[in-house]
Ligand binder design. Sequence first.
Ligand SMILES: [Ca+2]
Ligand SMILES: [Ca+2]
Length: 379
Amino acid sequence: MSRRLWLVPLTAVLALLGLTVTRPSDAAATLTVAQAISSQTGAVGTVTGYVVGEPTATSTVRTSNFTGDTAIAIADSASTTATGSMLYIQVTSAYRSSFGLLSNPGLMAGRITVTGTLTAYFSHAGLKSPTAMTAGGGSTTPTTPPPTGGTDAYYAAASGKSGAALKTALHTIISSGVTTLSYDAVWNALKVTDQDPNNSSNVILLYSGLSRSKSLNGGDSGDWNREHVWAKSHGDFGTANGPGTDLHHLRPEDVTVNALRDNKDFDTGGTAVSGATGNYTDSDSWEPRNAVKGDVARMIFYMAVRYQGDDAWPDLEVNDSVSNGTSPRLGRLSKLLAWNTQDPPDAFERNRNQVIYASYQHNRNPFIDHPEWVASIFG
Ligand SMILES: [Ca+2]
Ligand SMILES: [Ca+2]
């Protein structure tokens, strides 16, 4: 018998015995929730996912008004509502004060990583007897990959279009099937979308570029908070689910720096900003540091296309002014156009676009995927 022929029956025998060949490196890999659901073997595993509720029965998961600290449900997307796509986690006494939803409702939509026994809980795919639970994705979580086959399918309806027709097509694409977040859920989402690639305990602050602990979210000096890059007073859209909670333009920023940016339009010039090296400001405008000039521009262009006044929200548009006040306008267009070219999308910006698409809102910023579309629509 040749060696080649011998290998086939060996594999078949292993399959009959219910065994699979596993390389040692695979044993330590962090599982997705989908992988954990299909691996209910009674073995110990580590799973990462987003907190989506409190299971109270096999097919019942509470998403508010939590009743206890003893169980949580996690999923691969923060907006999952189908219990079949969830893993039920037993929260034993050692972890209840930190990971129970009654005590910590702010965990909702945050990512956690848990190690324990992969076995049924509530007669549902589960993980019991945890030996480790941590907030965040763990240090080994890879960068979220782009969609299989790229984004051409997502943008199919915009193919071959330019100018106003392109804007209209993109508006429809990025406004379809969108999940909106509550303003409270934005905290945990930013801890994922803006995680420091070199330190999973931290987020990167937009203007200052500093890496700061995720746990320092808040309103005091030294904390970071939720910067609306499209200042929310420009259109006065507030923080109800909508433009005021749209992750595509919300970024972590130091509380003091955020207050200095205030609701100013963007432009070059001014004096150096204390605590945010490379940023400049004067009485009516803000100039971000070079490394995020393009990021800022693409966020603003996204908002102008996403919000067209055909829903409950104002039609946001870009103009060349820096004295827009509370009108739904933001400037300065000529500088934003230049910044988009000067600072093209990098890995961090592309990753956050993908995370927002895959795990939160299910829409993309077209100008990160196709920066050349900026000039076609706004040039
Ligand atoms: Ca950049
Ligand atoms: Ca618009």
